[in-house]
Each structure stands twice: as C-alpha cells, then as structure tokens.
Design a binder for this molecule. Sequence first.
Ligand SMILES: Cc1ncc(C[n+]2csc(CCOP(=O)(O)OP(=O)(O)O)c2C)c(N)n1
Ligand SMILES: [Mg+2]
Length: 297
Amino acid sequence: MNTLSTATTTTPAASPAERTRLVQEFAYRMRHHILDMGEVQGQGYVGQALGASEMFAVVYADQLNFRAEDPDWTSRDRFLLSTGHYAIGHYAALAEAGIVPVAELETYGSDDSRLPMSGMATYTPGMEISGGSLGHGLGVAVGTALGLRHQGSGSRVINFMSDGELDEGSTWEAAMGAHHHGLDNLTVLVDINALQADGKTDTVLRTEPVADKWAASGWFTQRVDGNDAAALVTAFDHAADPGQRQGRPVVILCDTRIGRGVPMLETREKAHFMRIEEHEWQLCREELTAGSEGQNR
Ligand SMILES: Cc1ncc(C[n+]2csc(CCOP(=O)(O)OP(=O)(O)O)c2C)c(N)n1
Ligand SMILES: [Mg+2]
C-alpha cells in the first residue's frame, strides 16, 4: 500500500471484499495499459502480463509498503521481478501505483525510454533488480531478505517468478537457503501459466508436484487461482497469520491463464511472445472492456 499518495490505497481496516474490489479494478486498468504498451511495439510479452495482472495488483494495491514519491525510501518493502520479460506487466503496475507517470508508458521499448522491454533496475524507478537471466531472482531475494533482517529492518521482500524458473537448480538452492535461514520476511509468487519459451511446461520439464516440493523445502505453501483476486487476498491473509506461517518463508503458487481478460489472446498458439496485427489491438481492447474483467468498472 502506498503510504503517502491516496491513489489505489487501502487500509488494514478495509474488509476482504473491499480489498478484493480494489485489486480487481487495479488489474483491469493494468490490462488496458498493457495493451497500450504492446501496441507501441506491435508485439511483446503481452500474454504473460495479462495473465499475471491480479498477481501484480494484489502486491501493489493491497500488500506492498511503498512511497510513490520516493521509490528508494529505505523502509519500503522490496518487490523483485525475477522474470525480466514480464516488465510490461510491472510497468503497468508501477503506473497504477503512481511510481511511473501513465503518460510515460507510450515510450515503452523505445530508444532512451526508462521502460525497456526487459526490466532493468538502473532504468526504471521501482524496479529493484534486472531479472532477465532466469533463475537468479530468488537467490537475490534471499540475500535481500537476509540483509534486511541483519539491519533490523521490518521491510518485506516479495519475489515474483515464473514456472519456467522452476526448471533452474539455482531456484531450489535459494529455496533451501531461505528455509535454512528462517526467512519469514520473504514471500514468493510463482506464475504457473503452464508455458515456457519452448512450449508447455509439462512437455519441457515436468516440475509437478510443485506444491509438494516447496512444502518439502520448508516453505508455507498455498496454491490458488492466480486470476482470482479474492483468493490472492485470502492467501496473503493466511500468510500473515503467525499460527499458519510458523516463521517460514511463504510461497503462493498462482495458476493463471495466458492472455486473461482478452479471449482472442487466451487461445493463441504462439503465446510466449505475441505478434498482434495493427487492426487487432482495438479488438483486444473491446474484448477486455466487454468481458467479465470489464464489468462494473
Ligand atoms: C537463464 C535463462 N535461460 C534461458 C532464457 C531464455 N528465456 C527467456 S523467457 C524463457 C521462458 C521461461 O519460462 P517462463 O518464464 O515460464 O515463460 P513464459 O511463461 O513467459 O512463456 C526463456 C527460456 C533466459 N532468459 N534465462
Ligand atoms: Mg511460464
């Protein structure tokens, strides 16, 4: 939650239903930003970002402690985007959170833009790491959480990663490290969209049963529908309950649908990197506005 600006702010006293509504609305506006940015380049990692909008939204609209006017505020919670190619989704969230001006989104991927196609910490306010080399984000998150604890900081670390990163040995080394050090200031969101660059996750490398593996590594593990804002809010509430969490690092495994909210993109065969024709962008927007994500907005 933003501690200074009132935009998209919720309070601890808000009911779960109200918090869920704020997350849904945030995600809906994010999806429009994602389509607008995608159109600038005519292509990109649009499907993942649409699919993960509720995941970003629950972080920025409900969970993260930050100051939009001061993205480097020492006491901020850290959100680490391990998957640099999801940057288009992160920029949409940063814009909705008031950290990046909405007007700047139209520079996405252009020369000299602060919003390159892959997330770069040195370019973008609010981007904590450059995460394109997959499988490294969790290690950085573990080090960050450990460092904050040594400093006596109460800040939390939230790491966003993908199911493709579960193929990487470094991810599991970091997972064991977090358990070893008892990092209860660390939360991981895994976007399980069942897809990787080379095809469906279960045909590239079978990582299931994923929940059993995290639990066996000592993590407080939950698996939810990652497009269900209410389920995400509830999962974070369970994680905040010391009785359930028991001092463990937290992982929330989020099953999502690529292209969510835009039916014509939900069924694309080439979904990892989408090329979308010039005339299709407006159709995408219309589908988004007409769909369930667009109702009552
Ligand atoms: C260490 C590493 N290996 C390979 C790549 C190339 N690569 C870029 S995206 C991607 C897919 C990874 O899976 P996931 O993030 O689940 O893909 P998505 O769901 O976005 O399709 C790969 C292999 C990379 N960026 N880093
Ligand atoms: Mg994936």
